[in-house]
Design a binder for this molecule. Structure first.
Ligand code: ADP
Ligand code: DP6
Ligand code: CO
Length: 359
């Protein structure tokens, strides 16, 4: 860290991965604190192809307002309550450190400058808000030299974007709804590290890199307000699926993991269709991927692959490395990057370490 002077610039840079849920978060019980209606569980992907790179810096010499630049464009963070919530939570933790130790530079008093870049499509249903807010929180926490654990920081990242709380950890990560009204127990926790199931792979098929018509925040609010199926899923379907998929992960039972993953993706998209007006995230190409996965499983005679779709048309297909020829080979041959309707395919392992890889 630079020696303190009124012109000193303090800086931290980090990357963060995306995570793709197998039990989807969809619906908020509290929109201010960003608390979910149901628990969710995701797989954090390696940063081989998809990652956010964020630098946070602060200086007394900066103009007074905090700024965020995303993919080269200045963002209006003053009107983004959720970005402000993340920054003010982090600043308060830094202030507490400074109050306890007067030798620390008073970084909490300096304006922040955050510069972020996603190396994959933003707002296209590939979890940019997850990697983006995880990287933002991690970068500022590193800049402020905060001692908080990833689990404690997940409470802050959650307020930026719900799914972001799960990108602070590697492997298989659950976000528990929590019960307290202040959201202090609505946190992410690791269910199993990536090393627990080294065979697991994800194939990301980009159907469209276009920005979606209905952002996740808006889409889930419409679903909560208008879908009768939504309450049924949240109350009666997800709790059993959460327990069952955690067991499948502990047992490395790909058949159960795959079936629960596919069913939950389908149920989530059914609640979108059940919203009023209906929301369509999947398109014809997405549905071709669904059919192909079922065809591969039927022809092989066992479940070797599973699809899931976030709030967008892009497919993520989970499989085990031993089946990569039949799964990735077939998918690539039929729906590969050179086939009409597909923009690209990325192969990903799971992440062992996540946000916090300081550069
Ligand atoms: P996605 O499916 O990509 O997560 P969302 O609708 O959930 O799409 O969120 C997209 C929004 O997340 C963007 O419009 C932007 O506001 C925010 N976001 C994406 N990437 C970043 C980033 N690197 N830093 C800060 N915010 C980001
Ligand atoms: C379909 O986390 O993007 O990807 O909290 O409003 O920012 P906000 O929503 P976001 O929603 C993600 C929805 C999902 C499922 C999931 O990641 O669990
Ligand atoms: Co998102």
């Amino acid at each position: 860290m630079a020696s303190a002077s009124s012109q000193s610039v303090y800086r931290a840079t980090t990357t963060a991965p995306v995570n793709i849920a197998v039990i989807k978060y969809w619906g908020k019980r509290d929109t201010t604190l960003n608390l979910p209606t149901n628990s969710s569980l995701s797989v954090t992907l390696s940063q081989r192809s998809l990652r956010t790179l964020t630098t946070a810096s602060c200086s007394a010499a900066y103009p007074p307002a905090d700024t965020l630049n995303l993919n080269g464009s200045p963002q209006d963070i003053q009107s983004s309550k959720r970005t402000i919530a993340c920054i003010s939570n982090l600043r308060a933790l830094r202030k507490a450190l400074e109050d306890a130790d007067s030798s620390l530079p008073k970084l909490s008093a300096h304006p922040l400058r955050i510069v972020s870049e996603n190396n994959f499509p933003t707002a296209a249903g590939l979890a940019s808000s997850a990697a983006g807010f995880a990287a933002l929180v991690r970068a500022v926490a590193d800049l402020y030299e905060l001692p908080q654990s990833p689990k404690e920081l997940s409470r802050i990242a959650r307020q930026g974007s719900g799914s972001a709380c799960r990108s602070l950890m590697g492997g298989y990560v659950a976000w528990r709804t929590g019960e307290l009204a202040d959201g202090s127990d609505s946190l992410a926790e690791e269910v199993a590290p990536a090393s627990h199931w080294p065979e697991m792979r994800a194939l990301v098929l980009v159907v469209s890199a276009e920005k979606k018509d209905v952002p996740s925040t808006e889409g889930m609010q419409t679903t909560v307000a208008t879908s009768a199926l939504f309450a049924e899923r949240a109350q009666n379907v997800v709790p059993e699926r959460m327990a069952a998929i955690e067991t499948a992960i502990q047992n490395r039972d790909f058949h159960d993991f795959a079936e629960i993953t596919m069913r939950d993706s389908n149920t989530f998209h059914a609640t979108c269709l059940d919203s009023w007006p209906p929301i369509f995230y999947m398109n014809d190409v997405s549905r071709a991927a669904v059919r192909l996965v079922h065809d591969i499983n039927r022809v092989v005679g066992r479940t070797v692959c599973a699809y899931t779709f976030d709030a967008g048309p892009n497919a993520v297909i989970y499989y085990e490395d031993k089946d990569s020829e039949v799964v990735a080979g077939t998918v690539k041959a039929i729906l590969g990057p050179n086939t009409e309707g597909w923009d690209g395919a990325f192969y990903e392992r799971l992440a062992n370490v996540t946000a916090g890889v300081s550069l």
